[in-house]
Write a protein that binds this ligand. Structure first.
Ligand code: ADP
Length: 300
């Protein structure tokens, strides 16, 4: 039995790092560029694998050069490629990323590619993996009918479900009833609650609102400020690790991977949050998304 199943996308991240993120109509001279693995699902799967978790990754790619990068990346990170659907009629996804080298902050445009064509019938062939897992983790980068079907199946099978609601987009009430952990960042939390988050108090209000919608446990990640957890009774606020962030791309993914791994190891909620916070902080000290995920040894 595999402990954690992740459903999500792989994209090739084409990332440009420079003195600022250019504004509309502006051209700047950048410093470095990199092509590496990305896509929230793949980043989260890598984070879990590098921590030593047992992981299934379900995704869809094309049969092209970036598809090859996907397979190589998974092999390198000891993640089985058995559950990757390859479709020659589709393109592997790509993301254009602009990074401000001074703050590590970014702006991203993701072309999802092949996973946009994912159908429930294709996922049904992999559904036994989800059913036999302890934890099911997913995001909002694959079609929503597929995501909801998997969340419902996971919940019915007794899995702990984690939805990283990113990128933010409308979800039905049915989603909320099938989520154990909901992990938006500040902007996503504002999207789902209408509450603008600039401090801990507002984060608490937003978490309470999400809990009133039927979600069991909410973690709002607050970037360089850390995170807020609430289950409606217990609240935990943690400051972010003090690191020199050079690229925060994938920080949220590192966080979700760390959280899923912590839960699979039956750690207490406080320990899971501390671990995820540390994994995410460390990921910001390296360039890239998938490639910036730390290994278990790095945490010591
Ligand atoms: P996302 O990457 O999804 O936008 P956040 O920006 O909220 O998510 O970051 C997720 C987590 O990554 C934070 O809760 C924190 O643990 C860590 N993190 C992000 N930025 C920094 C930073 N500058 N320094 C330390 N940790 C950070």
């Amino acid at each position: 039995m595999s402990e954690i199943t992740v459903l999500g996308i792989f994209v090739a991240d084409i990332s440009f790092s420079g003195p600022k993120i250019p504004s509309i109509g502006e051209t700047i001279l950048g410093k470095k560029y990199n092509v590496g693995p990305g896509g929230k699902g793949c980043n989260q799967a890598i984070a879990i694998a590098r921590l030593g978790g047992t992981i299934n990754f379900i995704s869809k790619i094309g049969k092209d050069a970036y598809g090859e990068l996907a397979l190589k990346t998974l092999e390198k990170n000891k993640i089985s490629t058995e559950n990757i659907i390859q479709d020659a009629s589709q393109q592997t996804g790509v993301a254009g990323i602009l990074v401000d080298q001074n703050t590590g902050k970014n702006a991203i445009n993701v072309i999802v590619g092949a996973p946009n064509s994912l159908k429930i019938s294709e996922i049904e062939k992999k559904i036994s993996l989800i059913k036999s897992s302890k934890i099911f983790l997913t995001q909002l980068e694959v079609p929503k009918d597929v995501t909801l079907h998997c969340l419902k199946t996971a919940k019915e099978s007794g899995c702990i479900t984690i939805l990283n609601p990113a990128p933010a987009s409308e979800i039905s009430k049915e989603f909320y009833n099938n989520i154990d952990f909901f992990t938006p960042n500040e902007t996503e939390a504002e999207f789902y609650t209408g509450i603008k988050i600039t401090n801990e108090q507002q984060a608490k209000q937003a978490a309470n609102k999400l809990i009133s919608l039927g979600i069991k446990k909410v973690i709002i990640t607050l970037g360089e400020k850390g995170l807020l957890y609430s289950d409606g009774k217990e609240e935990i606020y943690l400051k972010a690790s003090s690191v020199k962030a050079i690229d925060t791309t994938g920080a949220g993914d590192a966080f979700n991977g760390g959280l899923a791994y912590g839960i699979s190891e039956a750690k207490s909620i406080k320990e899971c949050l501390e671990l995820a916070n540390k994994v995410a902080g460390l990921s910001t000290t390296k360039l890239g998304a998938g490639d910036s995920m730390p290994y278990l040894e790095d945490l010591k």
